[in-house]
Design a protein around this ligand. Sequence first.
Ligand SMILES: [Fe+2]
Ligand SMILES: [Fe+2]
Length: 465
Amino acid sequence: MTNFDQHCLTLRAALFASLGLAATACESSGPRGASTASAGFRVRTGPAQCDSARSYTPCAGTEADLRCRTDADCNERPVGMCASRAAVPAATMRAAEPAACDCIYGCSVDADCGPGELCVCGPDLGSSASACVPASCSSGSDCASGVCGLSIYDDGCRTTRRIACKTSDDECNSDDDCKPNERKKPTKCVFVEEEKKGQKARWACRAAECQVGRPLLLDGVVHAAPAARRCDWLAAEIDGTAPELSNDERALVKEHWLRAGALEHASIASFARFSLQLLAMGAPADLVRETQAAMGDEIEHAKTCYAIARLYGAEASGPSTLPAATAPISSDARQIAAALVAEGCIGEALAAAEAAILADRCEVPEVARALRRIAEDEQRHAALAYRALAWMASAHGAIVDEVVEDILAAQAWGPAPREDGPGATGPARHGVFGDAEARALKARAVSLAIRPALAAAVSRAEAAS
Ligand SMILES: [Fe+2]
Ligand SMILES: [Fe+2]
């Protein structure tokens, strides 16, 4: 077992413990799926008949991580497959991750899927296997616009699939309508759920915005303050000599830590908003206190990141303004639960996993020390999120159940690493992964720790209701 798997399993144990459960059972869950295409916008034209529902590599039984051995072990749905896969290709990692066997559930026809789902064939999903996808239309005749589309949104951490009608409220008709966002990230036309009260679910342009750490999400967009020259957001303990590295690497590392500082600063606002929501819902004192304490941790994380950026040659920097911090705060239980899952249960857990493995690989002692402390804090924050979710389930079991089921049903194992993409690898010895490495590691954390813990949270919600 690799160090990263060990970190993920430690994280999983902590998340299960926060739910009052022992992380002994190996959960098996996999992607489900969807249908067809036109220029940058896939259109559902009718019932699926997937010939290749079972196109996958069967488990050999010699894989290092065996969560199933034969298809008979995968019996939660009609088309269960025990698939073998290399968890993380060696090409994107410094060492290959072990192969694993896990259940995936495909489909041949719509009848193989659950209520509110339709079968989509593998080629339409860019996958070797078909899958069941949550759907609010089955063909264009169900839609006033005459168009029923398949949305596949890879946000950088996970892939969400939906089949939904095009409407007159949409922001885009196809990817051609979507321009790069303010951070110059390319965007795609995808279906987004109701993001704030009174706003309808619709098709909109979205980028792969998933970041390490608890994001401040408004309208599905990550918000963070631009950097400003200042000295009051620099941790005093990071004050060494700049490590030796090339100019290109130095620029990359410096920018990474400035961005990390801005995201940690935004995490303070995320926790501040959540503490008000906890108060509004009448939460227990320990959840409110721990949320306040977590805000303090995020202040220290932000100061640490800005100080590390300075270590690598950035001007003394800190955050400028963050207007999104005072945006209207929702009191709707479903929106609070959805934000808690996205920002806390997923965002914090991913941050803990990534910081832990980077701390192992980092060769600059003070940066490695900082990463280790951040990893410990983020794991505690993730556990707090799962405890808060469990508490919410005691009063809103059906809503929590639906929110988590929705996420588990709609998301695949995680994004495939892009071996040929720019910035595939990064200088991990300075605490920075490349895009492909980060995505591969996130996929592993989702598979090993986050999906099982969310599934356990649903079970607990069902038991409580
Ligand atoms: Fe943090
Ligand atoms: Fe955090």
